[in-house]
Design a protein around this ligand. Structure first.
Ligand SMILES: [Zn+2]
Length: 411
């Protein structure tokens, strides 16, 4: 039996519930990793962790602990410092030149400083640690981007067998493939998109997934990734304070884990009495997608309560090339409950804002540039009013777009 590096289930977990039905999920003492619910039609819906908030103390951010500064609100505790002390606690800073230009206060939270280079580290650190604490021996996922790299890195940090990563055909020898291999992954290629790669993975390792030896780390397929991404919301609260929360948070949305996670953080902070919704204004959550693949934007505009999948026509922002969302109900309710909105931007706008970012010294991925494009749109349209405070979630830095391939239309 491999040792589990001091990882333990957080005793302040109250229960796990189905995100769709609200029904409690049987955990059997966490003797096996938790996957999708079994109360909804197969494959099931995402499961969400609830805490006994009367017993929770929200820790102060500490450089030596990274995102585990907030361990009372994470499902797994006790990781060694070397596991994730360098994850999270990213700075929130004002971009003064944009504030002046647009007449609003523009804040940016840049996630590119995480160890594998993106915000995915938060979710995969928590998800891998949680799965391991539940007895998992190996992790697997389909990916077309940073999630596979992050899952591979944290598998390596626990000394586990290499993460099993499925990518669509055509990703051979690309940046994500090489990065995942660098962190010890076993990479397989199948199909033309992430859905096909994921189906093949679930067929290939069905027995290992059923026994709980392997965990399917696909977006929202296990509850840990959401909890890890939630720490972005806890940090925003800590950095700005309840009296100064942003009026808007703009978030580049593929699977939507971070969007739902930040909103979950706000609800838990209300539950802890640290935010009072009667006197503090909560941020309005804005989904940003690419015009050629905008299932959330289209479903929001159509007034749906579930996200209707689309056929992607492709976008240069890989992280936005996600044609469906298993947590669509949670994404749409987050937008509506927060009074937010959803915006789709074109590749040409993304490229123009990507150049803008570089010119003023901001390290931005294409997904981050999409958020900058959405900011300009929403200010121009009058949706965001003069003087309001807007926080842009910049999910990764410039190395990924520049290292992956030459960018048509840009250089
Ligand atoms: Zn269910």
């Amino acid at each position: 039996m491999m040792n589990n590096a001091g990882l333990r289930i957080n005793p302040k977990i109250k229960r796990l519930v189905c995100s769709m039905s609200g029904r409690e999920i049987e955990t059997r003492g966490f003797d096996k990793p938790i996957g999708l619910c079994s109360c909804c039609p197969p494959p099931g819906k995402p499961v969400v962790v609830e805490y006994d908030l009367d017993r929770v103390e929200l820790g102060q951010p500490r450089r030596s602990q990274g995102m585990w500064s907030f361990s009372d609100l994470l499902p797994v505790i006790g990781p060694r410092r070397s596991f994730a002390a360098d994850v999270g606690l990213t700075a929130t800073v004002e971009i003064e030149s944009w504030s002046r230009r647009l007449g609003v206060t523009v804040l940016a939270k840049n996630e590119g400083t995480n160890p594998s280079g993106s915000f995915k580290d938060r979710g995969l650190a928590a998800g891998v640690a949680f799965g391991r604490a539940c007895g998992a021996q190996r992790f697997c996922l389909p990916t077309q981007g940073n999630a596979g790299v992050a899952a591979s890195l944290f598998s390596a940090r626990l000394g586990l067998p290499g993460c099993l990563v499925y990518m669509p055909e055509g990703y051979e020898d690309g940046l994500y493939h090489r990065e995942a291999r660098y962190f010890g992954a076993e990479v397989r290629f199948h199909g033309s998109n992430i859905a096909a790669a994921g189906k093949k993975m679930r067929d290939d390792v069905a027995a290992e997934l059923a026994s709980g030896a392997y965990v399917d780390m696909s977006t929202f397929f296990e509850p840990g990734r959401l909890e890890g991404k939630k720490t972005m919301g806890l940090e925003i609260f800590h950095d700005l304070g309840a009296d100064n929360l942003p009026d808007w948070i703009l978030y580049p949305t593929g699977g939507g884990t971070g969007l739902v996670g930040i909103w979950k953080a706000m609800q838990e902070l209300i539950g802890l009495g640290l935010i009072d919704p009667k006197s503090h204004r909560l941020p309005r959550m804005v989904v940003v997608q690419g015009k050629n693949c905008a299932p959330v934007v289209e479903s929001f505009e159509a007034g749906l309560t579930e996200v209707r999948p689309v056929v992607s026509r492709g976008t240069i922002a890989d992280g936005l090339d996600v044609p469906g969302a298993i947590m669509g109900h949670g994404i749409l309710s987050t937008i509506r409950d927060s009074g937010g909105t959803a915006v789709a931007v074109g590749d040409e706008e993304i490229l123009a804002r990507f150049s803008d970012c570089g010119r003023i010294g901001i390290a931005a991925s294409f997904e981050s540039a999409a958020v900058v494009a959405a900011l300009h749109r929403l200010v121009d349209a009058g949706t965001i009013s003069p003087g309001e405070r807007v926080l842009l979630l910049l999910t990764a830095g410039h190395f990924i777009p520049l290292g992956q391939r030459r960018v048509p239309g840009w250089e």
